[in-house]
Design a binder for this molecule. Structure first.
Ligand SMILES: [Zn+2]
Length: 155
């Protein structure tokens, strides 16, 4: 089997833990919600869909940090209870192979390419982006809602 040239980067555990603490403390921009559908609440830490009934924290995450033209902050979910950070980083998470858009960024954090993962699958799009030397990292987002899902880097 051909090995991948990328690694999946879920959000850091300290970010997920801080979001849980903020929600617990009642921060207005960190809200506890209950998943009510099987494909509506992706956890960016364990990179799984929440099961209906699971408690989630909804909060804003700066996928591209402030201070740049492409700076972007938007809503993401993490499980309200501690979960295990996605560890199979050489594999694209199977639960998010569909309905994603991929964006390539350069080292200045400017978006330099974007494409939907359709027939060829997300791995092929990632490999194609990473073949360009100017690509520093790739972001995966929901094609329908636009929300940030995960980062992908070279190994
Ligand atoms: Zn989780």
């Amino acid at each position: 089997m051909k090995s991948s040239s990328f690694r999946i980067v879920p959000i850091r555990t300290d970010i997920a833990e801080a979001a849980r603490r903020e929600a617990e403390a009642g921060a207005p921009d960190h809200v506890l919600v209950t998943a009510d559908s099987p494909r509506g609440y992706p956890c960016r830490h364990c990179l799984r869909w929440a099961s209906p009934g699971e408690a989630m924290v909804l909060f804003p995450f700066a996928a591209i940090a402030p201070g740049r033209p492409y700076s972007e902050t938007g809503p993401i979910f993490v499980h309200a209870e501690p979960c295990e950070r996605y560890a199979a980083t050489h594999e694209f998470p199977s639960e998010f192979r569909k309905g994603r858009v991929l964006r390539a960024y350069n080292s200045q954090h400017d978006m330099i390419a974007a494409d939907l993962a359709k027939g060829e699958g997300p791995e092929a799009v990632i490999e194609r982006f990473l073949q360009k030397p100017e690509t520093a990292f790739v972001h995966v987002r929901s094609a329908s809602h636009g929300c940030y899902t995960m980062e992908v880097k070279r190994i």
